[in-house]
Design a protein around this ligand. Sequence first.
Ligand SMILES: N=c1c2ncn([C@@H]3O[C@H](COP(=O)(O)OP(=O)(O)OP(=O)(O)O)[C@@H](O)[C@H]3O)c2ncn1[C@@H]1O[C@H](COP(=O)(O)O)[C@@H](O)[C@H]1O
Length: 107
Amino acid sequence: MTDFTLEDLDAIIAARANSADDKSYTRKLVNKGVAKCAQKLGEEAVEAAIAAVQKDRQELTAEAADVLYHLLVVLNVSNVPLGDVMKELASRTGQTGLEEKASRPQE
Ligand SMILES: N=c1c2ncn([C@@H]3O[C@H](COP(=O)(O)OP(=O)(O)OP(=O)(O)O)[C@@H](O)[C@H]3O)c2ncn1[C@@H]1O[C@H](COP(=O)(O)O)[C@@H](O)[C@H]1O
């Protein structure tokens, strides 16, 4: 396990999106607009789905990372905070989800 979180990646993406760094992939992608960002998200999602069907765990791990990165880019350009997505997910868990979290062993 790692301490690196989606919130950490989200903060990096926000900083890069607002930077003037010509070498930043994020900056270049964001500059192309929401349609290009969304296209990339769709492509990576399909690649992840193919890796899953092929039972290629290593490829699925890499593609899942691409999906999460590109999803966060799309949320950024769409001005949808990651916190709002987490709130939406939390609202779906109900009491059961919170109990499961509380009973999980700390790493
Ligand atoms: N997690 C990622 C990440 N995942 C995927 N990618 C990029 O996504 C691209 C996807 O690969 P493709 O071959 O499909 O894209 P491409 O052909 O180069 O580009 P397109 O013309 O298709 O847009 C690659 O160029 C990867 O570098 C990422 N780029 C950046 N990050 C994170 O974002 C941070 C900031 O990166 P920069 O914005 O480059 O500073 C990094 O430190 C990482 O933490």
